[in-house]
Design a protein around this ligand. Sequence first.
Ligand SMILES: [Zn+2]
Length: 149
Amino acid sequence: MSDKPAPPSSVGKPLPDVADPFNARFWQGLGQNRLLLQTCSDCQSPRFPASRYCPHCHSEACEWLDADGAGVVVSFCTFHKAYWPGFAAEVPYSVVQVRLNNGVQFFSNLVGVATAQMVIGMKVQPVFERVSGTEHTVLKFKPVEGLVP
Ligand SMILES: [Zn+2]
């Protein structure tokens, strides 16, 4: 068993629906190394995934604003089985739940961190990872240098 990350590959893995009308701006932003979040124009709450109505005040008014992506790991788990063929070479791999400082949460992966080194509360920042063989960019995270507890 190795914690060495395998090189990213898109073969045999699910890809996001980048044409989804609500979330297209999010995926376009990732392609520009930007973390764009749909933000309510009335109560200023950011949200992901994007939606027609603000879950806090039910407003339809929104804008897309850059987020710095700073956050912490709030949970993680390790997969020892590949549920998609494309993950077989990467087993075991870990999935993290990250909460940004603005409250938005993502499920993603940490890059450059062995599973044994993952810690809840680890401060992270975004990584914009191009998916080989596609035009997709996915959001991953890496530890903030010097701030790992
Ligand atoms: Zn709102």
